[in-house]
Design a protein around this ligand. Structure first.
Ligand SMILES: Cc1ncc(COP(=O)(O)O)c(C=O)c1O
Length: 396
């Protein structure tokens, strides 16, 4: 078979490789506890499920969706959500569009914006599709390192003028996957100013904006005055409403960019299943108070994880938001070697930080999306393992 060069260059997605390893271990009878993947374990609230069921029973709801970009009432619900959640006004028809999950939108937005030779400014570590999509478009990626000493925020001063001149897109993601870091209003203001000054589209991925702990409330880049001239933002029902498998996300902000993405998508996909649209609308417009208890549950898991890590000598910072603890590995280990050692010795699966780029070396990403009993069991196994720890290997 002959494949396109871009496909030949494409490496398997890290979590797809991980799934193969786990299938082998499970085949050998290992009870694997998955704390690697950021998929909420809890179901959505009852009113969301009821809306899905009701819409699925309507015989008119099973054909191709009439509105590829989201129905007018779904887009109005996104605008209403932005208004009540962030006090941001959106024109539902021009400034927001629905996606089959934000991962798809990240890919298609990138294809809409980058030519070969253009530059995308991409953080490291980061959610992998930002980089992969830019490379697929034939663009060059300039890496923005995210470091603890900088609170995992990128520093624009490190971008050489030549890269700024060629840059068309800049990715930011707070609350952050994988580091759990958050960004404040001042950072968003500086980023909007940077994007506007240099004509760079600022792409803010706010997939975790509703997963926050201890009263912390993440903000949106679109709250910044004038942001819509240079920025767009992704939101998603995946983590916000425990609907990761339903595939529904949103792109909001700059109207020209929204129109370009709609154009790309109209040539590629056929829109969102009507019952998912109905459920998404119910989620966005319905009672939001259940998210408080859901987030409190994540916070209890976070505390348990931090305690368990401390028991094996690892001190990690408590995240204020996101679904992850970003934990340093002990000296003498690579992230991959330590994650593999834990997995093979205990059956507890964490993600090595290097799944998210070279900048993730030295860290594990631990997901809070596993049931409490499984988190407790994972901690019990780690403590037991600690009484008989392996010698650290030499770094490769
Ligand atoms: C930062 C970030 N953005 C986007 C996504 C994908 O979200 P969706 O389910 O809407 O495609 C994820 C999923 O893990 C993520 O971590």
């Amino acid at each position: 078979m002959h494949f396109a060069n871009r496909v030949e260059r494409l490496k398997p997605y890290p979590f797809a490789r991980q799934a193969e390893t786990l299938a082998k271990l499970k085949g050998r009878g290992m009870d694997v506890i998955r704390m690697d993947i950021g998929s909420p374990d809890q179901p959505p609230a009852a009113h969301i499920l009821a809306a899905l069921e009701k819409a699925a029973r309507d015989p008119d709801n099973h054909g191709y969706p009439a509105f590829g970009y989201g129905t007018p009432s779904l887009l109005a619900a996104v605008a209403a959500y932005y208004e009540s959640r962030f006090q941001v006004e959106l024109d539902p028809q021009r400034e927001t569009t629905a996606l089959l999950g934000s991962k798809e939108g990240i890919f298609h937005l990138t294809q809409a914006c980058l030519n070969p030779g253009d530059v995308a400014l991409v953080p490291d570590p980061a959610y992998p599709p930002y980089r992969i999509a830019a490379e697929w478009a034939g663009a060059e990626v300039f890496t923005l390192p995210l470091r603890r000493e900088n609170n995992f925020l990128p520093d624009w001063n490190l971008v050489p003028p030549e890269m700024i001149r060629r840059a068309r897109m800049l990715w930011i993601n707070y609350p952050n996957n994988p580091t759990g870091a958050v960004a404040e209003r001042k950072f968003y203001e500086a980023t909007v100013a940077f994007g506007a000054q240099h004509g760079i589209l600022v792409c803010s991925d706010a997939a975790y904006c509703d997963v926050a702990f201890d009263g912390y409330i993440p903000s949106s880049i679109l709250e910044v005055e004038g942001a819509k001239s240079t920025a767009i933002e992704f939101t998603s029902v995946s983590k916000t409403y425990n609907m990761a498998g339903w595939r529904l996300g949103f792109l909001s902000g700059n109207a020209e960019v929204v129109a370009a993405v709609r154009n790309v998508k109209s040539n590629i996909d056929s829109g969102i299943f009507a019952p998912v649209t109905a459920a998404g609308e119910a989620a966005l417009r319905g009672d939001q108070s259940w998210l408080v208890e859901r987030n409190a549950l994540y916070a209890r898991r976070r505390d348990l994880v931090l305690e368990g890590l401390a028991a094996i000598g690892i001190v990690a910072q408590p995240p204020k938001a996101s679904l992850y603890v970003w934990a340093p590995v002990p000296i003498g280990w690579t992230a991959e070697a330590y994650a593999t050692e834990i997995l093979e010795s205990t059956g507890v699966c964490f993600s090595p930080g290097t799944f998210f780029g070279e900048g993730g070396e030295g860290y594990l990403r631990i997901s809070l999306g596993a049931p409490m009993t499984r988190v407790e069991e994972a901690i019990r196994r780690l403590r037991h393992w600690q009484t008989n720890p392996p010698a650290s290997p030499q770094l490769a």
